[in-house]
Design a protein around this ligand. Structure first.
Ligand code: PLP
Length: 401
């Protein structure tokens, strides 16, 4: 009997490395293994590869390579942004604004600085998971030094109004600068804007100037690059310190030997994703086909996330009366791989903090599943899901009642 290829619908958790990205990395794991800080030829060829990869990532963000610091992934980039800004600017103010639906990398970094006397405002979201820019404006006070709001949410896909938020902050910063006449801009309490773009970088075009952000986190494994490599965009003149102590790599902002093979694979994946932005429409059609197909044959479905302003690959649904852990296991047996939400807290018994913040009732939260499409998914994959899932839901509902 012919076995079916599994249907992987968990691309917001991670993606398969693109063969071309892997191929580009191989020489740097074999013959070109030099340390990019070494002064000999092996070092200089690693350094050249590192710098050209940096330029590729900078270009993808509409900026220069010098503004990019390589890290071990999205978690480290978020930590560097938050801890780095807090440490360097603590003399100017100790207030941060973030949202209640951030990834744990941001929430836990905020908790860390909170224990060091920082005051954190966690903004609410509406039922679609959207932050209101006016709430940001209201939350700013004289001590605010950082606003950190994610670009798109990993669980429900809602895209946040970062440009509107940065416009508000730009005006506040301008007023602050004019009110501290004769002082250098760096001496006034400038508010920095960080966005966690781990779920958008590689999926949608990003221009850091158009978005108006000072810091932006990225991760390679969400865009068909290798795991364990990411980057933080840092706008020139941003006052930030390192939280990793050691060597002088990455402009003294990230000590440690650079993962050159990872960086090179990351840059290749970025080039490929830029050439494939047109796949967006196809993935969006697959997502909509899945949603419509399930709605047609299953009652008691609730959509979590913004109906119009969400990531084109993400569909988060509650299936009334079904436990998501049982559903994920049943789908797994059918070769359909999905998550209930964030992979890093998948084993936690706590209900999703994102859905809680969106005021989804707890009994529904326990029944939610996230489908996240990717470049490998086909129309047949979705036809298979639409065929198999209703029967699984019916069975689980029958055994539950
Ligand atoms: N931020 C968001 C929004 C994410 O979705 C993730 C990963 O799921 C991260 C940060 C962490 O990225 P990494 O796995 O590269 O540490």
């Amino acid at each position: 009997m012919k076995t079916r290829k599994p249907v992987y619908l968990d691309c917001n958790s991670t993606t398969r490395i693109h063969p071309k990205a892997l191929e580009t990395m191989m020489p740097f794991l074999k013959e070109d293994y030099g340390n990019s800080s070494s002064l000999h030829k092996k070092g200089s060829s690693a350094r050249a590869a590192l710098e050209s990869a940096r330029a590729v990532i900078g270009d993808a963000l509409g900026t220069e390579g010098v503004d990019i610091i390589f890290t071990s992934g999205g978690t480290e980039s978020d930590n560097l942004a938050i801890k780095g800004i807090c440490q360097k600017n603590r003399g100017r103010g100790k207030h941060i604004i973030t949202s209640s639906i951030e990834h744990m990398a941001v929430l836990e970094a905020c908790r860390f600085v909170q224990a060091q006397d920082f005051d954190i405002t966690y903004l609410p979201v509406d039922r679609y998971g959207m932050v209101d820019p006016l709430d940001v404006k209201k939350a700013v006070n004289d001590h605010t030094i950082l606003v950190s709001i994610m670009h798109a949410n990993n669980e429900v896909g809602t895209i946040q109004p970062i440009r509107e938020i940065s416009e508000i902050i730009r005006e506040i910063n301008e007023n602050r600068e004019t009110s501290v006449d004769n002082r250098k801009p760096s001496a006034c309490k400038r508010i920095y804007i960080h966005t966690d773009a781990v779920q958008t970088f590689g999926k949608i075009p990003i221009d850091v100037d158009a978005l108006g952000v000072d810091l932006l986190s990225m991760s390679a494994h969400k865009l068909y690059g290798p795991k364990g490599i990411g980057a933080l965009y840092i706008r020139k003149s941003t006052q930030i310190s390192s939280f990793m102590h050691g060597g002088h790599q990455e402009r003294d902002l990230r000590a440690g030997t650079v993962n050159v093979a990872g960086v090179v694979g990351f840059a290749k994946a970025v080039e490929i994703s830029r050439a494939n932005f047109k796949d967006k429409k196809r993935q969006e059609c697959l997502r909509d086909k899945l949603y419509r197909g399930l709605l047609r044959s299953i009652k008691g479905i609730i959509l979590n996330g913004h109906p119009d302003n969400g990531l084109y690959n993400t569909l988060n649904l509650c299936f009334e009366g079904v436990n998501s852990t049982s559903l994920i296991a049943s789908l797994d047996l059918k070769g359909i791989f999905v998550s209930a939400g964030s992979a890093c807290i998948a084993s936690s018994p706590e209900p999703s903090h994102v859905l809680k913040a969106m005021h989804v009732p707890e009994e529904y939260i326990k029944s939610c599943v996230r489908f996240s499409m990717g470049a490998d998914n086909t129309d047949e994959d979705i036809t298979y899901c639409v065929q198999e899932i209703p029967e699984i839901i019916n069975r689980l509902r029958r055994t539950h009642s």
